[in-house]
Design a protein around this ligand. Structure first.
Ligand code: KIV
Ligand code: ZN
Length: 391
């Protein structure tokens, strides 16, 4: 793997599926997993096998189906979890066990009623045990975002000694600022002995709306994997959105960080996940929202019609969206009306446009959005219609 390659670890089917009320059945998970493979993700976290027979079945089915992607199963630092995950992953060409434990003082005290030293031993033992089943073992330090960096570095060292190939540094509660999360990754890159034997992974939650920014800071500071979900779905405010980090890296080539994602499959994947989960993306969601490439104000529309790059930094076709949309509302100008009229077959002169535009404005004040039928109606009822058809 080249040093500029960022691995995309998709956890839509595990962390993403933790959205309340979004349970997917095995058939739906298989459909999504096949699409994720087409999208070009490097790792699919298929589920948490010990959590339910349904999850076990899904991880097993995905392991036996996808061919070119690593399939990963989550466990706690508990032997039985690891055994069950190993069993579910048996059919995978590239199996990965993702095991770990909470490392912040709050998790150590309240969740485990334990001590830092004991947790260190549990982390080591869990990785070692997972390693007896598979070669590829990822370790997560849950709540790493609020874990003291010096202690976190010691935990990472223990996990590497036990054979971890990936060290996941989750900002489980979405608390970190981008500068803080980036500094944490930098600290680990500089202080963990043996770090060259593993890669660091960013796993950020969006409680303060910073998941994407934190993941990007993470890779700028040396992490080489991003854990994310389609549409940013996930518990509470969700996870890092795959489409956002992928397009940020693509739109900023000077960062020299690439992914294997075929961005033209992004919109299709977004729709598929949204439909199966029954979770609809907000219209203004970056990259995949219905308004992400829609323009409705007169000034913007005028610019867009002259040259798309005036108001768009991404060509919608790059993410699999057919085209930008010029939406007609009471704030639209003549250029947009002429453009949309032309799309349905009416070429208007300047004088004709002035006349039709006056009627359009009156009509637009009564309706949120003016559609093609409305434009047609406005034109055929206008005084200039006979001149338009005889032209
Ligand atoms: O957010 C988190 O800490 C997690 C871990 C279980 C990886 O999802
Ligand atoms: Zn998570």
């Amino acid at each position: 793997m080249s040093n500029s390659q960022i691995q995309i670890f998709d956890t839509t089917l595990r962390d993403g599926e933790q959205v309340p009320g979004c349970k997917l059945n095995t058939e739906q998970k298989l459909i999504i997993a096949r699409q994720l493979e087409k999208l070009g993700v490097d790792v699919i976290e298929a589920g948490f096998p010990i959590s339910s027979p349904g999850d076990f079945k899904s991880v097993k089915a995905i392991s036996e189906t996808v061919k070119h992607v690593t399939v990963c199963g989550l466990t706690r630092a508990v032997q039985k979890d690891i055994e069950v995950a190993a069993e579910a992953l048996k059919g995978a060409k590239r199996p990965r066990i993702h095991t770990g434990i909470g490392t912040s003082d709050s998790h150590i005290k309240y969740k485990f009623n334990s001590t830092r030293e004991e947790i260190l031993v549990r982390a080591y033992d869990a990785v070692r045990y997972a390693k007896s089943f598979v070669e590829d073992v990822e370790f997560y330090a849950e709540d790493a975002g609020r874990t003291d960096n010096e202690y976190l570095a010691r935990v990472c060292e223990a996990a590497i000694k036990a054979g971890a190939t990936v060290l996941n540094i989750p900002d489980t509660t979405g608390y970190c600022l981008p500068s803080e999360y980036g500094a944490k990754i930098k600290y680990l890159m500089e202080h963990v002995k043996g770090i060259e034997k593993a890669i660091l992974s960013c796993h950020c939650h969006n409680d303060l709306g910073l998941a994407t920014a934190n993941s990007i800071e993470g890779v700028i500071n040396g992490a080489r994997q991003i854990e994310c979900t389609i549409n940013g779905v996930g518990e509470r405010a969700g996870n890092t959105a795959l489409e956002e980090v992928v397009m940020i890296l693509k739109q900023h080539p000077y960062l020299n960080l690439d992914t294997h994602i075929n961005s033209k499959e992004i919109y299709k994947t977004s729709q598929l996940v949204s439909n199966h989960m029954g979770v609809y993306t907000q219209p203004n969601k970056a990259i995949v929202g219905s308004n992400a490439f829609a323009h409705s104000s007169g000034i913007h529309q005028d610019g867009m019609i002259k040259n798309r790059e005036t108001y768009e930094i991404i060509d919608p076709k790059e993410v699999g969206v057919t085209d930008s949309a010029i939406i007609l509302t009471a704030r639209s100008g003549r250029a947009a009306l002429a453009y949309r009229a032309k799309n349905i077959g009416y070429e208007l002169t300047k004088l004709q446009l002035d006349e039709v535009y006056a009627s359009f404005l009156l009509f637009a004040d009564t309706k949120k959005e003016v559609d093609d039928n409305d434009i047609h109606e406005i034109i055929v009822t206008s005084a200039v219609y006979p001149q338009i058809i005889s032209a």
